[in-house]
Design a binder for this molecule. Sequence first.
Ligand SMILES: Cc1cc2nc3c(=O)[nH]c(=O)nc-3n(C[C@H](O)[C@H](O)[C@H](O)COP(=O)(O)OP(=O)(O)OC[C@H]3O[C@@H](n4cnc5c(N)ncnc54)[C@H](O)[C@@H]3O)c2cc1C
Ligand SMILES: NC(=O)c1ccc[n+]([C@@H]2O[C@H](COP(=O)([O-])OP(=O)(O)OC[C@H]3O[C@@H](n4cnc5c(N)ncnc54)[C@H](OP(=O)(O)O)[C@@H]3O)[C@@H](O)[C@H]2O)c1
Ligand SMILES: *[C@@H]1O[C@H](CO)[C@@H](O)[C@H](O)[C@H]1NC(C)=O
Ligand SMILES: *[C@@H]1O[C@H](CO)[C@@H](O)[C@H](O)[C@H]1NC(C)=O
Ligand SMILES: *[C@@H]1O[C@H](CO)[C@@H](O)[C@H](O)[C@H]1NC(C)=O
Ligand SMILES: *[C@@H]1O[C@H](CO)[C@@H](O)[C@H](O)[C@H]1NC(C)=O
Ligand SMILES: *[C@@H]1O[C@H](CO)[C@@H](O)[C@H](O)[C@H]1NC(C)=O
Ligand SMILES: *[C@@H]1O[C@H](CO)[C@@H](O)[C@H](O)[C@H]1NC(C)=O
Ligand SMILES: *[C@@H]1O[C@H](CO)[C@@H](O)[C@H](O)[C@H]1NC(C)=O
Ligand SMILES: *[C@@H]1O[C@H](CO)[C@@H](O)[C@H](O)[C@H]1NC(C)=O
Length: 728
Amino acid sequence: MRFALSLGVSLCLAAPWIPAAAADSAYAPEVCFNACEEALSNVHFDDMQSNQSLINQTCHSQRHFISLYLCLDVYCMPESRATGLGPLNHTCQEWAGTAIPPLELVSNYSSVDIDNIRRIELNDTGTDTTFLEVVLPSKEFFGVWWDTLDSVAYVNHYHRYYGMMMIAFWVAVVAIGVANHAISAASNSNIVNRLPFKPPRQLSVYYSWLVNITTIPATFGTRCAQQIGWGTVPPRIQSITLLVFLVLNVVLTVIGYRIVPVNLYFNTVELQILRYVSDRSGIISFYNFPLIWLFGMRNNLLMWLTGWDFGTYNNFHRWVARIATIQAIVHSVGYTVLVIKEGGWANFAFWWTYMFWWTGEIATIIMSILVGLSCYWIRRQQYELFLVIHIGMSVIVLVTMLGHVSIFDGEYDALFWIPAFIWMADRVFRALRIMAFNPNFWRTWASATYNESSNIIRVSIPWGTSLYKPAPGTFYYIHVLNGPRCWESHPFTVASVLDDGQTAAKLLGEQVPLLESDNREPCTDTADDQSTEEDNCSMTFLIRPYDGFTSRLRDMAAASWPRKAPLRVLVDGPYGHTQPFHNFDNVVFLVGGSGIVVALSYLQALTGAVSPKSVRIHWAVREPEFALDVLESDIGDALGSSNLSIEIHLTSYPRDGSRDWPSQVNIQSGRIDAPSIITAAKERADDESLAVIACGPAQMADAARETVTSMLSSGHTRVEYFEESFQW
Ligand SMILES: Cc1cc2nc3c(=O)[nH]c(=O)nc-3n(C[C@H](O)[C@H](O)[C@H](O)COP(=O)(O)OP(=O)(O)OC[C@H]3O[C@@H](n4cnc5c(N)ncnc54)[C@H](O)[C@@H]3O)c2cc1C
Ligand SMILES: NC(=O)c1ccc[n+]([C@@H]2O[C@H](COP(=O)([O-])OP(=O)(O)OC[C@H]3O[C@@H](n4cnc5c(N)ncnc54)[C@H](OP(=O)(O)O)[C@@H]3O)[C@@H](O)[C@H]2O)c1
Ligand SMILES: *[C@@H]1O[C@H](CO)[C@@H](O)[C@H](O)[C@H]1NC(C)=O
Ligand SMILES: *[C@@H]1O[C@H](CO)[C@@H](O)[C@H](O)[C@H]1NC(C)=O
Ligand SMILES: *[C@@H]1O[C@H](CO)[C@@H](O)[C@H](O)[C@H]1NC(C)=O
Ligand SMILES: *[C@@H]1O[C@H](CO)[C@@H](O)[C@H](O)[C@H]1NC(C)=O
Ligand SMILES: *[C@@H]1O[C@H](CO)[C@@H](O)[C@H](O)[C@H]1NC(C)=O
Ligand SMILES: *[C@@H]1O[C@H](CO)[C@@H](O)[C@H](O)[C@H]1NC(C)=O
Ligand SMILES: *[C@@H]1O[C@H](CO)[C@@H](O)[C@H](O)[C@H]1NC(C)=O
Ligand SMILES: *[C@@H]1O[C@H](CO)[C@@H](O)[C@H](O)[C@H]1NC(C)=O
C-alpha cells in the first residue's frame, strides 16, 4: 500500500502560498525536515518496542531522536528545526503522551563523533533489521528523499498558484471592463465639462470608435445571434477573451512540474507526470467553480460594475464551465489510470470504498452530463427542463465536491463555500427585489388581455408600491402565482410606464434640469386586491405567446375575455441597463414582432425635453392589428412628435388599404432590409452620432451588426450598435 501512504503524505504536504520567485527557499526548511524524518521513518532501533504503535515507538525512542537531530544538524538549515519540531512535539504529546526530548540531547556529539556514525542506505531500512546504534542517512539516501519531497512541494505550490491565476485572469478582464465603463460614463456625463482642462472632443470620438470596433464584430463573418452548427458563437472580443482563458488553462496544466529521476512516491517518470497532471487539472478545475457560479447568476455585481449584460456573462459562464468539466475529466481519468497501474482493477474497486473517491467520481460524471444537457438544442426546445436539471445537478456537483475535498482538512473548502454563498446571495437578492417591488408581494395583482388577431398578451402591473420607477430598457422576471407552475419565471422587457404624467426623462438624471421636480401627486399604492381597473401607475408588458409559460398565460388571458384576467404575480426586477440613447443625435431602431417593446420602452425618454434630433423606428410585424394596437395604446401622443418617425414593415399581409393607419406612420410591405436602412440613416446623420438598436429576428440583428461593423472598419466614427437579445 505504498501508494496509499504516498497519496496521504503528499496530499498533506502544505506549501504555503508565496510568489513564484521565492518558492524554492520558502518551503525548503520543511522539505529538509521531512526528508530527515522520512529517511529515518523505517529505521527500527533497539529501544523501540515492536508491540507498540508506530507513533509510540518513534516518540519514545531516544536513538531515533538523536538520529533525527543529528540529521537536521548535518543536512539542514537551523530553520528546519524550528519548522518541524514544534508539530512533531505536538503530535508526540497528543498521540504518545510524551514531549520530545530537548535538542541538548546531541550537544555532546563532536564533528568527529558525527563522522563516525554509521551511514545507512535506502536498502538498509525495513522492519527486519534492528539497529543497535544511532545512524544517519547517507548523502544519497537523504538526497533521494529530498528530491522526492522537494519536487512534490514544488508542484503542489504551483497547483495552488496556478489555480489562483484563474481568478486573477478574470479580475484583470473585469478591471478592463470597469475602466471602460467609467470612461464611457464620464464622457457621457458633463463631468468632463467641469474638468479644469478640456480633453479634446476628438479624443472621446476615437476612444468610442476603438471600443466599438473591438466589441461589435462577430467572431466569424456575420453570424452572431444566429446559430452556427450546434450553438451560437459570441462576439469576437468575447471569443478572444475566452480563447486566451483556454490557452491559459492549457499552459498552466503543462508547465510548473519538477520531474526527478528517482521519486520514492511515484517510481517512474510516467507515474510522476500522471499524478501531477491529474492533481493540477483537478485543482484548476475547482478554482474555476466560483467563476462559474458568479457568471451564471441573475444578480451579479460585476454586471453593474462593467455594464456588460447577462448574455455576456452567460457566455463566460458556459465556457468556463466547459473548460472546468474537461479538467475534471482529465483529473478523474488520470487517477483512474494511476490506481489501475498501481494495483489493477482490484485496487480501483478498493478506492471506491473511500468517500472522497466516489464523491469525486460522481462530481465528474454529473458535471459531464450537466454540460451535455445544457446544449443549445435543449435550451431552445426545453428551457424549463434544462433549468430544473441544471439546478438539481449543480447542487449535486457542489455537494459531492465538498465530500471530495474533505481529505484536505478544509484547505479547499472555500471553493465550495464561495459558490454556495454566491448562489444564496442571488436568491436573497431576488427575494429583496420582489419585496422592493411590492412589500406586500403576495398581493401584486396584474391584469392580462389577449387578442387573437394581434396574437399578443398585454400585461399591466401596478408599480406604485415599487421603490424604483421602472426604467427604460430594463426587464423583469415574472412569476404567475395563480396559474400552474408558479415557480417558473420568465424575463420580459417593460414596454411602457404610466406615471401620472411625469416624464420618463426625469429618470435620466443629469441630462434634465431639475426644474420640474414636482408638485404633482407621486404614484402611490392604489392597487386594491384583485383590482383590474386601469391604473395610472402601471407598467405594461407585451408578451408574444410561445409554447410554455407564455402559452399558459395566453390561455388564462383568453379565458376571461372580454374581461381582463387577474393574475397574482411576483415581479423580480429590474434587471438590465438603461442605455444612453438620449446622448445620440440620431437613433434608429430595427425591431421585429415583440421586439417593439424595446423601442416603446425608450420612447418617453427619447421624445422628452432633451432628446435626439431624430428617432426612427423600423418595425417588422406580421399582424396589422398588433401594430394598430401598439400605435394607439403605447405610442399615442408621441406620434405627433416632429422628431419621431415610424415605419411599419408588414410581412404577412399585403398592404391593407382598408385600415386606418395614422398619417404619421409609413407602411411598407416585406421584411426589413437592415443594411440599406442603416446606410441611409448614416448618410442622413452625416457627422452626427448615430445609435443603431436591433431587437428581433437573429438574421436581421446579424445583418445590422455586420453593417455597422463594416462602417466602423471603413473608418466611420460616431456610429454605435446595440442589440437587445430576447434569448440567451
Ligand atoms: C431580456 C429578455 C427580455 C425579454 N422581453 C420580452 C418581451 O418584452 N416580450 C416578449 O414577448 N418576450 C420577451 N422575451 C422573451 C421571453 O422571455 C420568452 O419568449 C419566454 O421566456 C418564453 O417562455 P415559454 O415558456 O413560453 O417558452 P418556450 O416556448 O418554452 O421557449 C421559447 C423560447 O424562449 C426561450 N426561453 C424560455 N424560457 C426562458 C427564460 N426563462 N429565459 C430566457 N429564455 C427563455 C427558450 O430558449 C426558447 O428559445 C425576453 C427575453 C429576454 C431574455
Ligand atoms: N423562437 C422563440 O421561441 C423565441 C422566443 C422568444 C423570443 N424570440 C425572439 O424574439 C423576437 C421577436 O419575436 P416575435 O415572436 O415577436 O417575432 P415574430 O412575430 O416572429 O416577428 C418577427 C418579424 O420579423 C420579420 N423577420 C423575420 N426574419 C427576418 C429577417 N431575417 N429580416 C428581417 N425581418 C425578419 C418577420 O417577418 P416574416 O413574417 O416574413 O417572417 C416578422 O415580421 C425574435 O427575435 C424572436 O427570435 C424567439
Ligand atoms: C509489550 O512488551 C513488553 C515486554 O516486551 C511488555 O512489558 C508490555 O506490557 C507489552 N505491551 C503491550 C501493550 O502489550
Ligand atoms: C501510546 O502509549 C500510551 C501509553 O503507553 C497509550 O495511552 C496510547 O494510547 C498509545 N498511543 C497509541 C497511538 O497507540
Ligand atoms: C515540547 O513541548 C514541551 C511542552 O509543550 C516543551 O516544554 C518542550 O520544550 C518542547 N520541546 C521541544 C524540543 O521543542
Ligand atoms: C551523548 O549522550 C547520550 C546520552 O545523553 C549518550 O547516549 C551518547 O552515547 C552520548 N554520545 C557521545 C558521542 O558521547
Ligand atoms: C545496498 O545497496 C548498496 C548499493 O547501493 C550495496 O552496496 C549494498 O550491499 C546493499 N545492501 C544491502 C543490505 O542490500
Ligand atoms: C381583437 O381586436 C379587434 C380589433 O382591435 C377586435 O375587433 C376584436 O374583437 C378583438 N378580439 C378579441 C378576441 O379580443
Ligand atoms: C388616473 O388619472 C385620471 C386623470 O388623470 C383620474 O381621473 C383617475 O381617477 C386616476 N385613476 C386612478 C386609479 O388614480
Ligand atoms: C427635434 O429636432 C430639432 C433639430 O432637428 C431640435 O431642434 C428639436 O429640439 C427637436 N425637438 C424635440 C421635441 O426634441
